[in-house]
Write a protein of this length. Sequence first.
Length: 215
Amino acid sequence: MSLKLYHFPISGPSRGALLAARSIGVPIKVEIVDLFKKEQLKESFIKLNPQHCVPTLEDDGFVLWESRAIACYLADKFARDDQLYPKDLERRAVVNQRLYFDSSSLYVKIRAICFPILFLGETEIKQNLKDDLNTTLGFLEQFLSGNKWVAGDSVTIADTSIYSSLSSILAVGWDISKFPNIERWVKDCASLPGYEENEEGAKAFGEAVKKNLKQ
Ligand SMILES: N[C@@H](CCC(=O)N[C@@H](CS)C(=O)NCC(=O)O)C(=O)O
């Protein structure tokens, strides 16, 4: 088996794919693509992934990108059982809903705040972007009401995906004290395999954002 993940630790989506792989427990070779050095634009990488983004997975010649698609693929192919990505139609549908929620809502709101600060010279977070993210966190708070994990009683790849997104903005110093279910779940996420590795990348992300923020 030769499984390789092209990865950049500062990237939330990239950490999401790796955190899923760590929970699945599949051995995976990690190759760093330094986005700050524009390594994703190297000819060899564009040949592999014309969309030149991380994470990108290579599995014996099969190439896949999009962090959540990678998590689903790895769970389906390598997980010991179906807990992380249930086969039951309805339970899987809820996991998928949470994954789409992350990809189309939570991650998007976090990116809308951080991208302009990291790359466009913005030094403040606009109030409407703060409100947008807090509204979205309100939905996550509801998903976690009466549930230990975001899609029910057991940990799934929805947790690894959403946690990797959320950990980026937590590292910027986001206040989640109004969301007690999220606070409790964030503490529980410390039990995820690969948690420390994720925290390191999130911390570097948070520092890069905070450096550009007006104090
Ligand atoms: N929706 C994608 C987002 C991937 C993405 O935008 N990756 C960024 C880093 S966060 C990237 O590789 N950017 C470099 C580029 O597009 O050239 C996923 O979840 O994998």
